[in-house]
Design a protein. Structure first.
Lengths: 376, 376
């Protein structure tokens, strides 16, 4: 393998694939970067076995020239070496040693056997199942993935349930104490159902730009592939059946309060300081008492107590006053995800889940459901 | 204790004293903020027992009003609560509970007994031993403190030796493998010698602004006090005798090479990637071979090898070529600290310390001494 490449293109690709490479990987070869030079492209691969990023640098004939095809696995140091190199690099593999020349420097790196690098799912890049606007995809994920379970008691709950019908894309996420749902109209050639690890989706968001389009490939049984231009991102899916959640969402309410989202959120952020005894313990509980004003409060024996009154816009329904207790963190997470001017706080009964959603619906349907906390 | 205060002044003070407060402090009361309101000022204190910050907010009669003097110890949550409060706050201590009112919020915080808060060295603020330009102080510290020992095998070596004579201030720091020295002319009323923990000096730099002056008080036996306007910073000193270092610095050399500092540094940064097998292990060794060009190289069995040629400006002395091996990290640290265009690399013999210093001396004298590494 022998090629010449510009430093900027090489660094960009290496930084991308590095996002999933862990220096604590149990498979030592996955601590490195797999590099394959063909006549058309130089392909870089990084993986932690669950998530894989494949980045392709096209051979331009000018700045990027492949003189000899081949492949190898670079040790992780290659990334910092290329970062600190001059504008042009020449890469020359001889046996297991790669010579990296740039300016007046010459580095010889011991490489690993490419035969040992795991092979990953192949994708037919010509036929994506769905093409989404990148910013839209980010929005959909950020409104749901936070609600996934952080423990592996029920592994499927660590995922986001992704369900595409002919004309609608649904993302659902629950940890069994709260539920986040978004629905967006799309045109899809086929139905898709899969459970994507929430942490993988969050990583994918960091890798892809906010511009352009993301192509989604899901015809492989156990993997999801996302493609943004020259970069492929692949993650394993979670096995199992996602719980049926649609019947959890109440369809009639005793009271619906419209309230300014920012003021509600700021009030909760203040109450949080009393409700949680410290930052590592986020299970604090707040109470909302609605009766002419929305009064948020919390009492914690160690810390003290706090109260803040927030005016609301309107209250409709049969009940003119209500009280409910809930996790401060869950309410803050939900209000952050909603990202609108005014929210509807829809109440059924003090021991029934309540709903938060935008007062003004856009073309995207969304709702955040939170189970109350039993106090007394 | 009862006072009214603007949120901005309160947050500023709390953030300052918070820099030394540790939530892992073994003395629970030191996890809090000691607050004392007098007729003239509201004084906030934070401490981790070794380092203490005392910040004074003057009573203005308008925005800052003390209605009732007194003192208490707030729990650490007060900082986030004040951050999230409105423009004005009223603070009212009743027994052990403090009521914090702001806008439509009311927080009651359980406070700690102020009698239990340790008392700290008192300083006569009218008589500083020395007044230094803040930026100058930062420069002096940043050119020396990095060379302190990171382990406590010899505790005094974790400090910077601060020695002021009538007309000269000397900062010396060594971990016994390298030595950093700066000398600056000053006018001082009295001689001062003390060993200041390097980590405390680094912290002090983060607390003080780059503008204005820093007053230095050292007449207390076991503490150093620095004052920047309304903020006092105090640290314990290290006990013991600092080693005599002046005779370590050679006064004649066989060769002196003048070389561009930035190119030398960039070369070492590249070589470092080969010399250190990973980022947590920074004991890599590089070799410099000077003979027409300065050739830096390193070989590491696991990684491979690297070499880079750097042109130098001139080489003077009896020897026209020399070779010496040294810690890459130490050389990088020293070159970063020097912060000049061209450095003098002064060589005696391959097993004798070498010296790095600016080719053009300013009114500040400085030098970095590094012991070679025996390679065979």
């Amino acid at each position: 393998m022998k090629f010449n490449i510009t430093q900027s293109a090489f660094v960009e690709g290496l930084m991308k694939v590095n996002k999933v490479i862990s220096s604590r990987s149990s498979l030592p070869i996955l601590q490195g970067v797999y590099v394959k030079a063909t006549e058309d492209e130089i392909v870089l691969t990084g993986s932690d076995a669950n998530e894989t990023i494949i980045h392709s640098i096209p051979v331009t004939g000018e700045d990027v020239v492949v003189e000899e095809t081949g492949d190898t696995v670079f040790p992780k140091q290659v990334i910092d070496i290329v970062k600190k190199s001059r504008k042009h690099l020449s890469i020359d593999l001889d046996g297991t040693v790669t010579k990296i020349k740039s300016g007046k420097s010459e580095i010889e790196l011991n490489c690993l056997d490419p035969e040992e690098y795991p092979s990953f799912v192949k994708v037919d890049e010509k036929e994506p199942d769905l093409v989404l606007d990148a910013a839209q995809f980010k929005t959909l994920v950020s409104k749901t993935s936070f609600a996934a379970a952080k423990t592996d008691v029920r592994p499927v709950l660590q995922g986001v349930y992704y369900n595409v019908t002919e004309d609608c894309m649904n993302l659902t996420c629950t940890d069994s104490h709260r539920l986040a749902v978004v629905k967006q109209k799309v045109e899809s050639k086929q139905a898709i159902q899969m459970i994507i690890p929430a942490s993988s989706l969050d990583n994918a968001l960091k890798i892809f730009g906010m511009n352009g389009e993301i192509e989604i490939f899901s015809h492989s049984d156990n993997a999801l592939v996302l493609k943004d231009g020259p970069t492929l991102y692949q993650t394993r899916l979670l096995d199992g059946n996602y719980p049926e959640t649609s019947r959890l969402i109440p369809d009639s309410f005793t009271s619906v309060m419209k309230i300014n989202r920012k003021e509600f959120l700021e009030g909760l952020e203040l109450i949080k300081e009393v409700a949680n005894s410290n930052t590592s313990n986020e299970n604090g509980v707040a109470k909302i008492h609605v009766n002419g004003v929305a009064s948020l409060s919390s009492t914690k024996a160690e810390t003290g107590k706090g109260k803040i009154d927030i005016p609301y816009d309107s209250l409709e329904g049969e009940q003119e006053a209500f009280t409910i207790s809930f996790s401060v963190k869950y309410a803050i997470d939900s209000l952050k995800a909603l990202d609108c001017e005014t929210v509807d706080f829809s109440f059924v009964a003090d021991m029934r889940p309540f709903l938060l959603k935008p007062s003004d619906m856009t073309d995207m349907e969304e709702c955040q459901l939170i189970l109350p906390v039993r106090t007394v």
